[in-house]
Design a protein around this ligand. Structure first.
Ligand code: ACO
Length: 438
């Protein structure tokens, strides 16, 4: 018998279907709730709300499971690479030899940006945050390809393949150019003989008089960071991309909004916040114990890189990055005191009732910052790295909305708790110190 859920309101029972996902995760389909009862659901922060059905990523936060299109993240991290996973996430299948060759060639061909976009960089002050630049330039990119960014859903879907590879490629060029601009250094053009991550590192660190050749482990670690960030179902930035896309906005505008959503310290900005926290602890001569005590008391700051809305177990990405972090530091012959503090913090938190009761474990951002620091990236580029990694997910989700939502705009409701009806009062008749005019 088909499973249903009954909601009792007053004396009336209302029956709703239950939707069941591939992995037996269950949801009450309340799409007819308001129409049948006049009620809506209230779910501040959407912790219990499924906003869509999706084919892309599966997470079981209780068990610490993450899969892209059915493949466990551990297997992908071990054997795949970022571009292959991008293909998997966007198109649903691992590429064949021919598909992989064509996909990589398309990404490579798209690496340069239109020369006149250089002037856009010149318009930003030198101390601009690269996330602001990235968001602005990704949106502007659409202006250079008007046939790919029409806001006509059918047209934009028809040209989807080109727009997708273009964004995957140019996001890293824009990121590298913003890094060079901040330093007043000349832009480096991409090279056709380099892979995705090597090319990015070349555009970041080569000089006109000297090519930069990254240590193999450095390029591999960066590829792994991108791969592990490639999708994470309905997180804040991906939901933003879906929301913007649901209004019919083109892919460029939608991912540009995703970058803005990612920027905050509770989301993608956490990787910067972790390093700030570790440096602060180091500066104060603490081994992390005082910081943990303050976080628990509620008087200090939160332990950044800890806790997750979905994972109530170890974030599987953090486990993988912890190992990678130790490997990179060893390969580079570095001994980073911040890693020692991080390991100590983790150990303390994992044995502390406060963190155990709240199921707070390290998340993906806890170790990624230490790797990015070892690679030589400045702090304000960390969230940009996250954006490059998340691009395949944003692209795939935009397409899912464009293809599957049948044009239904995302539009939640609310419970209004402002003033009741009142009549307009002329300014001369208003009493007291009401709001001052501008
Ligand atoms: N340090 C200390 N206490 C914490 C932390 C933390 N990092 N995270 C949550 N808590 C506590 C809260 O104070 C709360 O305690 P209470 O029940 O006594 O009030 C309880 O744990 C639940 O916390 P919520 O804020 O309700 O959890 P929510 O699911 O809303 O937030 C979030 C998740 C934002 C990730 C949170 O854990 C956090 O702020 N972590 C630090 C920032 C961070 O690392 N963000 C990156 C997330 S991963 C990503 O976006 C890629």
């Amino acid at each position: 018998m088909e499973e249903t859920a009954t909601i009792r309101l007053g004396n009336e029972n209302h029956v709703f279907p239950v939707v069941i996902g591939t992995e037996n995760e269950k949801g009450i389909d309340i799409r007819t709730l308001r129409q049948k009862t006049g009620y809506i659901t209230y779910d501040d922060g959407y912790g219990n709300t499924g906003s869509c059905e999706s084919h892309i990523t599966f997470i079981d936060g209780e068990k610490g499971i993450l899969r892209y299109r059915g493949y466990p993240i551990e297997q992908l991290a071990e054997s795949s690479n970022f571009l292959e996973c991008a293909h998997l996430i966007i198109y649903g299948e691992l590429p064949t030899h021919t598909q992989q060759r064509e996909f990589s060639a398309k990404v490579l061909r798209q690496a340069s940006i239109h020369e006149s976009m250089r002037h856009l960089f010149e318009g930003f002050p030198n101390n601009s945050h690269p996330m602001a630049i990235l968001s602005a330039l990704l949106n502007s990119l659409g202006c250079y390809y008007p046939n790919l960014a029409t806001n006509d859903r059918d047209q934009d879907l028809k040209n989807f393949d080109e727009a997708a590879t273009l964004l995957l490629s140019k996001v890293r060029t824009i990121a590298a150019m913003s890094y060079r601009m901040m330093r007043g250094e000349p832009f480096m053009y991409p090279r056709k003989d380099l892979g995705y991550c090597q090319n990015f590192l070349h555009m970041m660190f080569s000089e006109p008089y000297e090519d930069y050749y990254p240590h193999d482990d450095v390029a591999k670690a960066l590829d792994l960071i991108f791969l592990l960030h490639a999708d994470h179902e309905q997180n804040c930035s991906t939901s933003t991309v879906r929301m913007v896309g649901s209004g019919g906005a083109n892919l460029f505008a939608s991912v540009s909004a995703g970058v803005c959503a990612l920027w905050g310290p509770l989301h993608g900005g956490a990787n910067m916040a972790v390093i700030n926290m570790l440096q602060e602890i180091h500066k104060n001569g603490d081994d992390g114990s005082k910081f943990v005590a303050a976080a628990k008391s509620g008087k200090g700051a939160r332990l950044m890189g800890f806790g997750h809305r979905v994972y109530k177990n170890y974030d599987p990405r953090a486990k993988i990055l912890k190992v990678a972090c130790e490997r990179v530091l060893k390969a580079l012959g570095r001994n980073d005191p911040l890693l020692d503090i991080a390991l100590h913090l983790e150990d303390k938190a994992l044995h502390d009732p406060y963190f155990i009761e709240r199921k707070l474990y390290p998340n993906v951002d806890f170790y990624s910052g230490i790797i990015l620091q070892a690679i030589g990236l400045p702090l304000d580029m960390y969230t940009v790295m996250f954006s490059i990694g998340r691009m395949p997910g944003w692209i795939a989700h935009w397409r899912e909305v464009a293809e599957l939502s049948k044009g239904r705009i995302h539009r939640p409701r609310q419970i209004y708790i402002g003033p009741g009806l009142r009549n307009y009062v002329n300014i001369n008749d208003r009493n007291g110190d009401g709001p001052k005019s501008a």
